[in-house]
Ligand binder design. Sequence first.
Ligand code: SF4
Length: 64
Amino acid sequence: MKIAIKDFCIRCGLCEDLYPELYRINYEKDAIDILVEEVPEELREKARKSVADCAVTAIYLVAK
Ligand code: SF4
């Protein structure tokens, strides 16, 4: 499982606030960095929740 973010992300920072293990705001690039390449087992539930919590549903999961 991988995490991806669609271009219409509004950079609100909610994902970083809720899931700092998975997301970090990259101010230089004006983008959200995804901190894991392949989501480890222990973070998968958080990854799924982050999809639901994103303000504009920009986060999605890509199955392997
Ligand atoms: S919560 Fe969604 S819209 Fe907000 S910064 Fe994260 S990916 Fe972008």
